[in-house]
Design a protein around this ligand. Sequence first.
Ligand SMILES: [Zn+2]
Length: 122
Amino acid sequence: MKGKKGYLKRKVWVIFGALSVFVFVFMVKYVVFSLGVSDSHLIRFMSAEFLVCLVIAVSLFVVVVVRKLKEIKAEEQYEHIKRTKSVSENGTNECQSCGNRQVAEADKSCKICGIKFLGRLN
Ligand SMILES: [Zn+2]
């Protein structure tokens, strides 16, 4: 399955991206504090900056989660369709996994690819 490796790669990049946002925010705070600036305006500005970064990070996280859930749902639908038999134009049953048209009405599994049928498509 080629999607597994790509998924792990993307996951690593998302974690790296989120971490770099937080590292950047804390680095800015560290640099400003090490300069000895303790102006209340500056602290207010930094708090606002931190909140903006937090909102961006959370919304990116939500986008990633929603996309992942959609991907899982699509994968489930695809797996279900693959495990059905459908009636082709000339009235025979067809396996949706391998395209075998020699599937009898009573068959519980495909004789060619061995997949177990969950139901029919139409
Ligand atoms: Zn088959």
